[in-house]
Design a protein around this ligand. Sequence first.
Ligand code: SAM
Length: 263
Amino acid sequence: MITQENSSGKPLADAEWLNNHHRAKLPERKAFAEKLVEYNPKTIVDLGCASGLWLDVFDKVMPNDCSFIGIDSDEESLELAKKHSRAWDRTSSFMKLDIESQTSLIPPADLTLAFNIFPYIKDLNLFLKALFNRCPWGVLAIRQYDGASIRFGPMPTGKRQAIESSLRVATENSKKFRHYDLDRAYEALNSSPYKKMSYSFELFERTSPFSEDFIPYYRDMLQWTCDHISDSAAKYLSGWLDEDANYCMKRYFFEVDLVAVLS
Ligand SMILES: C[S@@+](CC[C@H](N)C(=O)[O-])C[C@H]1O[C@@H](n2cnc3c(N)ncnc32)[C@H](O)[C@@H]1O
């Protein structure tokens, strides 16, 4: 069973999982960080920074006079982030905070990053209001995945629907996170106090033969799915995976993230 929990029990947040995810998506992540350079931030706060992988991307594109603050509630992840930061030629620091119950302690920043962090936040409306009030002049950048916009194939529609509905049943009552959070995020962003908002739905797509950078993420994602769905759906999915042990059959994978910039 792959739990992919970090040391404080947050799902889909363990360092190896995040690293594989990061490696697979590095080109898209670099392109997004480059877009944010135009805001010319002097300070960046990364909420739920985990092991600092996103800040590492920003380190490659932001001028050295831009300082970084990484925030997470997980001690082990912060230790890894501190190790990463030793290679950065800029002021950087890290804080152990619960961003929901200790929002008032989050330092103000020109640019605040909230990447795949909403699924862990109980009251998103209150959270966004508090983030805005702490620095009404700042820019907030959001990226949010959704379990319903991840697709791999080809496979018969009935088999896919059995996998998807089984995964929804297994995860929808989790007290730890929301695997389907894009709509709640979209509504909360629209009713937040931020005045300007731009949205897009960013496509991440790979077709076979899959690259070495993508395979670990793909394998982790499908294995995690197998571990959560019903026995019959898991039997089908693991057989489907085994059929393509060398990852070179004609297959595809895509997912769509909500990407938003608010100011
Ligand atoms: C899915 S990971 C996302 C990491 C990174 N932002 C990314 O997009 O790759 C979520 C991270 O948020 C942290 N986290 C979850 N809830 C939190 C909270 N209430 N306060 C602070 N950190 C939290 C977890 O410990 C984990 O490191």
